[in-house]
Design a protein around this ligand. Structure first.
Ligand code: 3HC
Length: 305
């Protein structure tokens, strides 16, 4: 139909609504606010929003210190200026109304994301671009909850943890995404100080497609008793120039997240099955509630430091 193929009038992206005030959402809100974009951060409870503000405060202090190493007044000015660009709300539909761009960073559950985007589609103006920060689900599947027109303005916008420090954003192109929308997303990505790469909507996109099988193989080295976690990490840091070894990185990402991604890909396919076969040590740690840094223990013990 002519209607669904006609280009939608695009506006410059000034207002960004970020849904989800966890580690990723807070990080995205922070870097957008630091770049003088107007940000509305949304979560379901005031407690979650307060937690998001705390995450931003802790991180932005480091950024401000780096920008103005000798000048505490300037540091505070920088922090205040960024916070002036951030408002918070629990009303996602209201927050959608002035958004040029919506970035979703909520729980990795396809049904929950689809319901959210369905509601947002009804509430947001026609020009609003929709993005998901999903790292393991299909963007095309999530976008199915929205209208024909919206799907042409629906992409993956995948940031990396810790968002303020990691310079990459993967822009995930679905079959339906319009080139003009892609260009706008590339532009706004650069504006917030990140480097965009373009990739198709496949399991793990680029980074996780390579990183997850590599980390799983590192766990298998442990399972087979071939090396200690410390030696695997030292080897990859000093022998391959990685900033973190695969075992400490897994603890950083969260072992439940690692397992969730591997299990999910085994189910949905689209990746060589032998790359994501279950690993005993990972399954055992998750079953014990040892989820990595966030739970105090994972492969390593963080409670002693
Ligand atoms: N907020 C603000 N700035 C931060 C920060 C934060 N939370 N964390 C680190 N930084 C900045 C520091 O200020 C510092 O900046 P500078 O180099 O300009 O002075 C820089 O980042 C390095 O930090 P540190 O010196 O404190 O520490 P390290 O050198 O050990 O770096 C690290 C920390 C950036 C986390 C580094 O270890 C690293 O890059 N690790 C790998 C992280 C990674 O691979 N992330 C991807 C995970 S996969 C993922 O996210 C996908 C998901 O979907 C599963």
């Amino acid at each position: 139909r002519a209607m669904s193929t006609s280009a939608i009038q695009q506006k410059e992206i000034r207002n960004i609504t970020v849904i989800g005030a966890g580690l990723m959402g807070a990080g995205i809100a922070q870097v957008a606010a630091q770049a003088q974009l107007k940000v509305t951060l949304v979560d379901t409870t005031d407690k979650a929003l307060e937690n998001g503000r705390t995450i931003i405060t802790n991180s932005i202090k480091r950024v401000a210190k780096k920008k103005h190493p000798e000048d505490q007044a300037k540091q505070q000015e920088y922090i205040d200026a960024a916070f002036q660009n951030i408002s918070t709300t629990t009303d996602s539909k209201q927050a959608a109304k002035d958004a040029d761009l919506i970035v979703e960073a909520i729980v990795e559950n396809i049904k929950v994301k689809q319901q959210l985007f369905k509601d947002l589609d009804a509430a947001a103006p026609e020009h609003t671009i929709f993005c998901s920060n999903t790292s393991s689900l299909s963007v095309t599947e999530i976008a199915k909850a929205t209208s024909d027109k919206r799907r042409q303005q629906f992409a993956g916008l995948h940031f990396f943890n810790p968002v303020p420090a990691m310079k990459l954003v993967e822009i995930v192109r679905t079959e339906e995404l319009q080139d003009t929308v892609f260009d706008q997303l590339a532009e706004v990505t650069k504006k917030i100080g990140k480097t965009p790469v373009s990739c198709k909507d496949t399991p793990g996109f680029i980074v996780n497609r390579l990183l997850v099988p590599y980390m799983l193989e590192a766990f298998r080295i442990l399972d087979r008793g071939e090396a200690s976690p410390q030696d695997v990490d030292t080897a990859m840091k000093l022998g391959a120039g990685m900033p973190m070894g695969p075992i400490e990185l897994a603890d950083f990402v969260g072992l439940d997240t690692m397992k969730f991604i591997a299990d999910g890909w085994r189910e949905t396919g689209g990746i060589e099955p032998s790359l994501v076969t279950p690993v005993k040590v990972l399954d055992d740690l998750v079953a014990e509630g040892r989820l990595g840094r966030k739970s105090g223990k994972g492969f390593y013990d963080y409670t002693k430091k």
